[in-house]
Design a protein around this ligand. Structure first.
Ligand SMILES: Nc1ncnc2c1ncn2[C@@H]1O[C@H](COP(=O)(O)OP(=O)(O)O)[C@@H](O)[C@H]1O
Ligand SMILES: N[C@@H](CCC(=O)OP(=O)(O)O)C(=O)O
Length: 376
């Protein structure tokens, strides 16, 4: 298919994500043979001039095997312990395998907080780009051992997309245990058909995609579809394909039509807007009225007068969401006042801010340049 060839020809920087069931042979333990096959393919991609970032799941699944447990634990601390044990095994296997091709690897464990803080985000980007320029293959996972459910990215499909945005990769490849996206979960629908090509962000694919079909994987197909939508924000297309197909990455790189291609159509957001949009957890929100909703959708700044309520505890410069009275997100952005001040000036006209606070920081609560408006 022509589209496949085109996205690969244009792609210099590629993020590849592999799921737990592939990495651990359906939970039996690190699949060294599979890893050897992938590292060989990555060495070939490098020869074609591509830079590869590898996002690998499997830490918990491998930890469960190493600890001799019969099933995945439910308690957070046990999951974290398993991840710490398993991550060692996975990284060790990758390092050994890449050595055969003289390729150096780097382990990068990220948390949501690393990506939410602007300085850490920029640092992570610089480090990753430096590693790529040195020919090193960064191997990324979530830092499961230090994050709790509330502050997690949560699944590596999303993490892969965030990394794609972070380094402005051209392509995200998600390797999984199915041939791609099917019209319904193929594990339970014999008639399901493979979707070969579509637009990332098209809502109909979200309806087709279900959760994880096994207890080993975390995200299922829906997180992959949402990851494609997220990756498209920085202009990257996504391919979902089976990691078990022989030479899958090399075949894809030569334009073979394998799996599902979800192409990015929308114009990429600026790096700053992406960073604002990429926050998965926010410290607070402002409930805004109809007039304010209309204004921000028309590309204007949010003024205090349009705010009905302020919730949460946040500082000036943090990202907050603006929601309507039903809680639906309208926009989000960097706020010019902390939560205490925002509560005092909400509902007030701009010329009343000085009276209320005794000083005026900015007339806008969120400036239009620091705002990302949700699509309607
Ligand atoms: N529409 C769909 N097309 C393909 N797979 C689907 C679909 N809906 C749900 N799935 C399930 O998603 C699973 C892949 O997700 P997951 O188990 O999280 O894999 P990974 O570990 O690779 O992330 C498949 O095995 C399949 O059962
Ligand atoms: N960070 C977790 C992976 C979570 C995850 O998203 O798993 P998967 O759906 O198999 O990609 C781990 O390494 O076990």
């Amino acid at each position: 298919m022509e589209e496949n060839l085109k996205v690969w020809q244009d792609a210099k920087r590629i993020v590849v994500k592999v799921g737990s069931s592939l990495v651990t042979d359906e939970g039996r333990g690190v699949d060294r043979a599979a890893i050897d096959r992938w590292t060989k393919q990555i060495s070939e991609l490098q020869k074609l001039g591509k830079q590869v970032i590898w996002v690998s799941s499997g830490a918990v699944a491998e930890g469960v095997v190493r600890l001799g447990w019969s099933k995945r634990p439910k308690k957070m601390h046990e999951l974290q312990a398993a991840a710490a044990v398993g991550q060692m095994g996975i990284i060790e296997a990758y390092e050994k395998s890449f050595e055969i091709y003289g390729i150096k690897t780097a382990q990068i464990l990220l948390t949501h907080a690393d990506l939410a803080d602007r300085e850490r985000y920029l640092n992570a980007r610089q480090t990753l780009v430096t590693l790529l320029d040195l020919g090193v293959v960064p191997i990324i996972n979530e830092n499961d051992t230090v994050v709790t459910n509330e502050i997690k990215v949560g699944d590596n499909d999303t993490l892969g997309a965030l990394v794609t945005n972070l380094v402005e990769a051209d392509l995200l490849v998600i390797l999984t245990d199915q041939l791609g996206l099917f019209t319904a979960d193929p594990r339970s629908n014999a008639d399901a058909r493979l979707v070969q090509v579509g637009r990332a962000g098209d809502k109909k694919y979200e309806e087709m995609a279900g959760g994880a079909g096994s207890s080993i994987g975390k995200g299922g197909m829906l997180t992959k579809i949402l990851a494609a939508k997220r990756a498209a924000r920085s202009g990257a297309s996504t391919i979902i394909a089976s990691g078990r197909i022989e030479d899958v990455l090399v075949k894809l790189a030569h334009g073979e039509s394998i799996g599902t291609l979800l192409y990015a159509e929308s114009r990429p957001m600026s790096a700053r807007s992406q960073w604002i949009a990429d926050h998965l957890q926010l410290k607070g929100k402002c409930v805004i009225d109809e007039g304010a909703i209309h204004a921000v959708r028309a590309g204007k700044s949010l003024l205090p007068v349009g705010v009905k309520a302020v919730e949460g505890d946040f500082l000036r410069g943090e990202v907050v969401a603006c929601v309507d009275k039903d809680g639906k997100e309208i926009c989000r952005g960097l706020i010019n006042y902390g939560s205490a001040e925002a509560k005092r000036i909400m509902g007030h006209h701009t010329d009343e801010i000085l009276d209320e606070l005794g000083y005026i920081e900015q007339r806008e609560l969120i400036h239009q340049d620091n705002m990302v408006v949700a699509s309607v």
